[in-house]
Design a protein around this ligand. Sequence first.
Ligand SMILES: [Zn+2]
Length: 269
Amino acid sequence: MKIVRWAAALPAALVALAVLQPVSHAESAKPPKKVTTVVSLTFDDGDVTHAATARMLEKRGMRGTFYVNTDTIGRDAKLTRRELAAIAKAGHEIGGHTLTHIRLTELTRSEQRTQICDDRRALVAWGYRPTTLAYPFGSVDADAKAVARQCGYDAARRVGGLKDWGCRGCQAGEDPRPRDRYEIRTPGSIRDDTLPRQMRQQVINAEKSGGGLVPLVFHRVCDGCGLYSVSPETLDEFLGWLATRKSHGTVVKTLHDAVGARYRPVPAE
Ligand SMILES: [Zn+2]
């Protein structure tokens, strides 16, 4: 009898609790965390080390975005067409990075068009559906953004603009739907002197400030191979940690998926 009476009284008691302490009730209930932070792992320049990098991500169930220069694919220290195809087949995003990795802000608009549109045309001819672009050196101006749009890209990534160890006053995460889709911001490039702790902090900063999009910019993935590189061990350790952040509402998506990019054909020449 006692139990039945309790059961009858329970809903009323819960309502009273909710009314009295709405905040602590929500905290103590601990529902599964909603996704608030999206990390995009982007790898620039079609480096030969990215074939193994893609497989490293796959082992963690993650997919990345690989920005390549079509004119240098197949050359020394670069991916071959076959390796690039394998990366795409595994579900990673292939994006444009201009034909020859040139600083767009130093070009005329017509030269920018050649670098961006012809590169995208080559990717399409190879069977890809590129929707996002990364500006080489993160170098971008109003003309380059306009040309990126004209060439049919739906979004483009710069380098920098978000909070990192060198940018204290900056926002921690890009807006989930970036206000300027043709100038998506990132923390500074990951370098060989970037500590694993600093990489983790990028994500934690975004989680703590309401989430958003955190595109991370990597180049070569190898040991002691230049300033713009990360060792495979450091990257793998970071990926392992990143996988555990699901409980904090953090997931990994390609930049294409993160911004909901749409494919448009390249305009005729
Ligand atoms: Zn680059």
